[in-house]
Write a protein that binds this ligand. Structure first.
Ligand code: PSV
Ligand code: MN
Length: 400
């Protein structure tokens, strides 16, 4: 298969190698811990029980894939004492060779947040939530972490129970107060989600609201697209194209879904969608420049580490495929409205089997060809299961 543009002399292998050399995707600390659904938890012996174990697992995933050098941290879960936990994280970064990635404030678990955090009708609760955001900015600064990633779970369940416009004012105030604390190299990413945990209205429900909030907050505020946070049938790559055009795209939380915010493995349901998103990024001159790639998945049936390695490898493959699209030729075909040829130009890259070249790339970079197989046989899983089994048994009488 030839994927050469008229002026481009790069071979398919070269394009894939170049793409993979420049590709990194952050993994979430919460993907290694025991989590479940609201109906229950199936506890895993290998699940991380401390922040150190999360760093150890992240280092293992990075050693196997060569593509996940940073670990997203959730403040309440990973730095329960706030800023004073920063030295511990610094030490873990040193020890495991994985850096702290985005810092995720937690504004959804405290009992005081029953009616919202930064949108709560109580000024006292709003102030407490803003203080947590400000502390999160400070944590990120101490850890040299560029992004503070805000997901606001606020909303209401019944019409008439809250004032939507008043809560918009509260949102604007909190975002501005947080933005004012950002250092020159820091950014805040604003994540949107149409539902859950609230079921009537969510205060930041879609990309339009997130974009307006970012615009009002200031130049260091950007929008974060979580692929699981859309209504069915939403064209996500179109949102990406708009955000890129507005220089407002900060990053992604990747995961897949069939029904709601299902947290399934990236590309497991609709790999073509991920490919189309990567295509929008690659066809934009600065699409990759400031776009952070992160996985936001916590698996309760798949093995934690296996799922994470599979996710990173899946993301690499889809990115490699998108890098094969002949952008120059595609632009010409689109201009002439040669529909079938244009579509085939896109599709042929998608259907090209990049896996042999990805394996060759791994070999050439000193990595194992098959990271999943390596994980199953290198002894890491047995070791951590033995070490952690007891601690994970906690509240359950038996578990896998
Ligand atoms: C909320 O559904 C979300 O996507 C946010 O990014 C949280 O930080 C994350 O999941 C973990 O709960
Ligand atoms: Mn998310």
């Amino acid at each position: 298969m030839v994927f050469q543009g008229r002026n481009e002399m790069k071979t398919t292998d070269e394009k894939i190698f170049e793409a993979l050399d420049g590709f990194a995707i952050e993994i979430p600390s919460w993907g290694f811990a025991n989590t479940g659904t609201r109906f229950g938890k199936f506890v895993q012996a290998e699940a991380a029980t401390s922040i150190e174990e999360k760093f150890a697992d992240a280092a293992q995933v990075h050693a196997l894939t060569g593509a996940s050098p940073t670990l997203a941290l959730h403040v309440l879960w990973d730095l329960p004492h706030g800023v004073s936990d920063a030295p511990l994280i610094q030490a873990l970064q040193q020890k495991y060779g994985v850096r702290a990635g985005s810092i995720n404030p937690n504004l959804f678990q405290d009992q005081k947040y029953k009616h919202g955090s930064i949108c709560n009708p109580s000024a006292e609760v709003r102030q407490m939530a803003i203080q947590h955001l400000v502390d999160s900015v400070e944590i990120a600064r101490r850890l040299d972490s560029r992004d503070v990633s805000l997901w606001i779970a606020d909303g209401s369940n019944y019409p008439g129970t809250q004032s939507i416009p008043r809560r918009i004012d509260y949102l604007m105030e909190a975002m501005a107060a947080t933005h004012a604390k950002l250092g020159p190299e820091q950014r805040m990413l604003i994540e949107y989600k149409p539902f859950e945990p609230a079921f009537y209205h969510t205060d930041i429900a879609d990309w339009g609201m997130a974009l307006l909030l970012a615009r009002h907050a200031g130049a260091k505020a950007f929008v974060l697209v979580d692929t699981g946070h859309h209504y069915q049938a939403q064209n996500i790559e179109q949102i990406v194209a708009w955000l890129l055009r507005e220089d407002a795209l900060g990053g992604f939380h990747f995961n897949d879904r069939r029904y709601a915010d299902d947290d399934l493995t990236i590309g497991s349901i609709d790999p073509y969608q991920v490919f189309r998103i990567f295509h929008e990024l690659l066809s934009h001159p600065y699409g990759l420049k400031q776009t952070a790639f992160m996985i936001d998945q916590s698996h309760n049936l798949k093995g934690k580490l296996e799922a994470m390695v599979q996710s990173v490898c899946g993301a690499q493959e889809l990115f490699a495929k998108a890098a094969l699209i002949d952008q120059e030729r595609l632009a010409e075909l689109q201009k002439d409205a040669r529909l079938v040829e244009a579509e085939e130009c896109l599709r042929s890259a998608f259907w090209f089997d990049v896996r042999p070249v990805v394996r060759a790339w791994r070999r050439s970079r000193g990595l194992r060809e098959d990271p999943l197989e390596e994980l199953r046989t290198n002894g890491y899983l047995e070791k951590v299961r033995a070490e952690r089994r007891e601690r994970n048994s906690g509240s359950v009488s038996s578990y896998a």
